[in-house]
Structures are given as C-alpha cells and as structure tokens.
Design a protein around this ligand. Structure first.
Ligand SMILES: Cc1ncc(COP(=O)(O)O)c(C=O)c1O
Length: 383
C-alpha cells in the first residue's frame, strides 16, 4: 500500500469509520447533494458530509461554477488576487468582532495562526485549550511532538468554569485561551461569559475555533449565536463547501500584531478556494441556510434521541447539537457493527463523532435516515 494507514485523512480510514480494516465501502468516486457513490457504483445517503466540510451539499451548483471559473482563470499567479480582498470584506462583515482576515488552506493552519498571533501580541508562550484544533505540534500530544511544546499547553474541560479559573490562576501568564465553542454539547452562557471575562482579566486573548461551527450554527458561529466576541477566530470547513480554504480573523486591536510574525503560504491565495468561499458567502447571504440547517438538524437530533431510547441496550446517548450530532454506544464493537449495518443499508453514518446536516437533507431524507438507522440498530441488537 503506497499510503500508510490507508488514506491521508485519518477519520476516513475504514477502522475509524467501522472499527475494522475490512469493512465497506472504503473508497468513493463521486458525491452530489447528500449522496455518495462508491467504487462499485453503489449509492449511499451521507451524514458525514466530508467531516463537516460541506453544508450546502456536495457539488453545489453556484460553488462549483465559481470554482470552475477560477480554475479557468488560471487558478494562481504571482500577485495577490483581487478576489482575496473581496472575500475578506465579505467574511469580515459576518464574523463578530472581525475587522481583518488572513487566508490559509486548512483549519489546523488557521487555528495555529491565531495562536501565533496571540503569542506574538502578548510575548507569552503558555496557552490553554479546549477541544480539537488539528494535527499540528502546538496542540497535539504523543509520538513526534517535542515535550517542550506539549508543556506549554494545558487542556481544560468544556463548560467547566471552575476548571477554567483554576487553570488561569495556576498556569501563570498565558497568551490565549483557545476553545472549540461546541464540544459534545452547547456551551452555557455562564461558560462563555467566564471565558470572555477570565481571558481579559489575565491579559490573554480569547480564540474561538469555529472551524466546525461557523457557517453552520450561524454564519458567525457560536460567537454570533451567543453574542460573545472573541479576540481571534478561526474558520474553515463549510466556508469552502469542500474546497480548501480557511481563515483567521481578529479585532482591530490585533491588526498590527499580525505583521510582527511570519504567517504565509504559497497557495493561500490561489483562486479556487477563494472563489468557492465567495460563492458560499453569497448563498448564505441570499438564502436562509442557517435556519434550514437548524430545522433539519432538529429532525435528525429528534430521530437519534428516539432511537437512543428505543435501543438503550446498545445506544448510551446522543451528543452534540442539532446541526452536528452523534450516538454513543455501549462498546466500540457495537458502534462499529452499527456503522457497518447502516452502510449495508445505504447510509454512511459516523460512529462516535459528529454527523452533520446539510441543505439537501430534506425532511424525507431525514425520515429515510431514521428508517435505515432503526433497521441497522434492530439488526445489531438481535446479534
Ligand atoms: C474544531 C476544529 N479545529 C480545527 C480542525 C482542523 O481542521 P483541518 O482538518 O481542516 O486542518 C478541525 C478539524 O476537524 C476542527 O474540527
């Protein structure tokens, strides 16, 4: 195998999807709306939605057409594209507290850039984090990560004000508090207020990692939904609806700090990702996407809650918020068996991690997902 671990995106490995190496489907050739076709031409309904990278549906016509036009326009060149500023203006208009943005290609890069800017602005090294922020060294543990880097970071529990305040007191001067504003449940207003207040009091910057939540829970993510303004924000995933684009943005007070540190990437300014983001921003402006996702999410969440009650022998609960939710299972084996059974019945359903609703998940599709899942759970529960 020329790709160690089967694929370059860890969450797409068969073992991640199904708990086993040999389960199917493992490779695909096409996607459209909320449907996916595997290498044998078999069609599936999908709730994984490219790990949340797609909220408007695969191959959304206006995004595709913008991306194709950008490719035809040469895709990249030696100068900053005019489009970059246009997309930056549109993005800043919908992200709370944001007056400047810098584009990058991945979510991990965007959050890393936010942390770098906070460290540059404060001249401090220690940081506090909560949630997943990508694969880069600054936020990872384990093989290959220098212990000196790991020692600079302290992880706190989500929605736990006492843990947050304890960490800030004990950790000495910190550069920033980086949080994913949804981790398995919605944030409480008390937690968000404590984050805002504690970071200001500590002379640290508050960073919202809205890679999953922006352009999903609201255009401006949880910051908009809950009316809390972070100092820095990272967005990605649904912003490009499948094309590679991410951004870090911040308030006026941090503009000068961005230029004191080197954040630059050769293809950060290629046109295709920028054009896709521009089209996505236009769709969110013209259509009630956020409401539609909330509505279909409510349908999916209710369906999962109902199934969790009915199959309490194997399902232990429902996690997340309507727009991004999942089932928890009594054992790893059971979660794998259910995802295999769902795939056999034509549904790609993420086990132990978020399923995401997208525009093409109509009421009928959600009903169909419920029927397939019920059938899969019934089959596994009888084994
Ligand atoms: C909250 C959050 N931050 C950062 C990342 C990293 O994004 P990417 O995989 O695009 O580098 C992810 C990816 O799942 C994420 O969910």
């Amino acid at each position: 195998m020329t790709i160690p671990g089967f694929t370059s995106t860890g969450s797409k490995r068969p073992v991640a999807l199904y708990g086993r190496d040999d389960a199917m489907p493992s490779q695909m050739v096409r996607a459209e709306g909320c449907r996916v076709w595997d290498v044998d031409g078999r069609e599936y309904i999908d709730t994984i939605m490219a790990l949340g990278a797609v909220a408007l549906g695969y191959g959304h016509p206006s995004v595709t057409s913008a991306a194709v036009d950008a490719a035809r326009a040469g895709a990249v060149g030696p100068l900053a594209p005019k489009l970059e500023r246009e997309v930056a203006d549109k993005l800043a208009a919908v992200l709370p507290g944001v007056s400047w943005v810098r584009f990058l290609k991945t979510g991990a890069e965007a959050v890393a850039a936010a942390v770098r800017i906070a460290r540059a602005a404060t001249d401090r090294e220690r940081i506090i984090t909560c949630g997943y922020h990508g694969w880069l060294d600054w936020c990872q543990t384990g093989a290959g990560i220098p212990s000196a880097v790991q020692a600079l970071r302290r992880e706190i529990r989500f929605n736990d004000v006492a843990d947050l305040e304890g960490a800030v007191l004990e950790d000495g001067p910190i550069a920033c508090i980086v949080v994913e504003p949804v981790v398995d449940e919605a944030p409480t207003a008390e937690w968000l207020a404590a984050l805002r207040e504690t970071s200001t009091r500590a002379g640290a910057y508050l960073v919202f990692d809205e890679i999953k939540t922006a352009f999903r829970i609201a255009r401006g993510g949880v910051a908009e939904q809950m009316d809390v303004v972070p100092d820095l924000v990272a967005v990605g995933k649904a912003l490009g609806n499948g094309y590679p684009i991410a951004a870090v943005g911040g308030g006026e007070h941090l503009r000068a700090s961005v230029e004191t540190t080197w954040i630059s990437s050769t293809l950060a300014t290629e046109f295709v990702g920028l054009a896709a983001a521009s089209a996505v921003l236009d769709v969110f402006e013209a259509e009630a996407v956020v409401n539609a996702l909330a509505e279909s999410g409510a349908g999916l969440f209710a369906c999962l809650t109902n199934l969790a009650r009915k199959y309490g022998d194997i399902v232990t609960g429902v996690r997340g918020v309507p727009q991004m939710c999942y089932l928890t299972f009594a054992t790893e084996e059971l979660s794998g068996a259910v995802s295999v059974a769902a795939a056999e019945r034509g549904l790609l359903f993420k086990r132990n991690a978020y399923n995401f609703v997208a525009l093409p998940h109509s009421r009928e599709v959600i009903d169909r997902i419920g029927t397939i899942l019920e059938d899969a759970l019934g089959a596994v529960s009888q084994c």
